[in-house]
Design a protein around this ligand. Structure first.
Ligand code: 4NP
Length: 149
């Protein structure tokens, strides 16, 4: 799960997906394309939104997306087109590129919609992000179950 800062959207995506899969079968992580918040906990509004829905995000630590993530992970979900461009610019080959998609394409294939960045807005933006990512991670889980991922 990749966003810009790794403190708002991608930690929520990570926590949501992790809460829905068997940790012995699926490894979930998140990262930011930027280094601004490396080593930091998620934004307090992210943590409170997760807590409201029974997901503990307080122990997550921000890190930056790195090229070796293409080797380690099977799927790389980005939150918006800016993240998409940044990650694709780091891809070394077609196999790397094929792993990357906008996460909301899981809800509606080919829709190419962004998860809005809630950083400069209010709490309701985080709730909206939560709902979008809840739906997207539901679809990811269905695909994992029937082998489409
Ligand atoms: P995120 O949100 O990419 O969803 O974690 C942001 C976090 C920090 C900044 C921008 C967006 N920032 O400019 O520091």
């Amino acid at each position: 799960m990749v966003c810009l800062g790794n403190i708002c959207r991608s930690p929520l995506a990570e926590g949501l997906l992790r809460s829905k899969v068997n940790p012995d079968e699926v490894e979930v992580d998140s990262a930011g394309t930027a280094a601004y918040h490396v080593g930091e906990a998620p934004d307090i509004r992210t943590i409170m939104t997760g807590r409201k829905h029974g997901i503990n995000l307080s122990s997550l630590v921000g890190r930056q997306f790195k090229t070796v993530d293409f080797d380690y992970f099977d799927r790389i979900y980005v939150m918006d087109h800016s993240n998409l461009n940044n990650v694709l610019n780091m891809a070394r080959n077609e196999a790397d590129r094929a792993k990357v998609d906008l996460i909301l394409n899981e809800i509606k294939a080919g829709s190419n919609q962004d998860v809005p960045d809630p950083y400069y807005g209010g709490d309701e933006g985080f709730e909206q992000v939560y709902r979008l990512l809840d739906a997207a991670t539901d679809t990811i889980v269905e695909k994992l179950k029937d082998g489409r991922i």
